[in-house]
Design a protein around this ligand. Sequence first.
Ligand code: NAP
Length: 288
Amino acid sequence: MDIAILGVGSLGEAVLIGLLESGMPPAQIWATAQPAERAAVLADAYGIEVGTDNASAATEADVVLVAVRPGAVEGVLDEIAPVLEGDAVVVSLAAGVPLRRIAARLPEGVTTVRAMTNVAARAREAATALTAPDGTDLTEIEDLFDRVGVTVTVEEPMMDLITAVGGSGPAFLFYLADAMTTAAVDGGMDPHAARVMVDQMLLGACLHLQSSDRPAAEILDDITTPGGTTAAALDVLNAAAVDDTVKRAVGAAARRGRDLARLTPPLARVRAAAPSPRPRRPRRRSPR
Ligand SMILES: NC(=O)c1ccc[n+]([C@@H]2O[C@H](COP(=O)([O-])OP(=O)(O)OC[C@H]3O[C@@H](n4cnc5c(N)ncnc54)[C@H](OP(=O)(O)O)[C@@H]3O)[C@@H](O)[C@H]2O)c1
């Protein structure tokens, strides 16, 4: 299966790294990035073909992952539509852009999918939600995203909430990690030691949570001794209604996803494709 990743930025690079780490041959991955200098850096770093011309990268790809920001998605679809083969699959990784808007830009017969994944794809630990029109066979796309983590299939109306929890979710933990590391450093700890300790604590806690059948609230109860240190910390978090703040943060991210769907202009600004920074290798189709 040949893959094109269009718009390799934060998320696209995470997915790219995860796919390569999963053993996908570099020769099966075609990518684009802006500007040409970044494309050249990515090509050198990962040993894959990276240019700035979306249509060229999408040519003959079996699966095209569109990883640009929401406002640029429809412009990129317009660029690639003329070169897509009838059996191509186009997967948008963008927040907010609905399937109907994606399909409207593509030739009839092309399969359209939305995937909400996250930057943990870099560590092959992403949580990815897929949605597609009724009756779409998602086996191939599930297999692709299973390479970079765990994949579920959902109905499209759930995608904004999933974007908030799954797509933006790592940011919540990075926020917590930063706050805890800062507290440790402010208390006099060596910054490197604080970073190592907080990172490992979060990793260990997440593995513990994942390996348990019990809900997080029960595990929390178990480790909270009345009058103990954890209870003292929770008293402060509860007094500040941090749980409610987290709910409101999730709500804000979900609303933003819905707004993006409304606000994304039908014809987004598309950058003029600069010439590819390096000679392209001849195309050949790999076995799917
Ligand atoms: N980041 C996340 O954690 C995350 C999580 C879930 C979903 N998403 C979704 O993933 C998408 C990308 O997010 P991101 O954070 O990775 O954004 P990003 O870092 O800005 O990546 C997008 C990349 O695409 C490039 N680009 C812009 N227009 C292009 C074009 N016409 N052709 C080729 N490349 C183009 C951008 O270059 P310039 O910077 O030069 O414009 C940038 O490098 C968004 O739609 C977002 O909703 C992101």
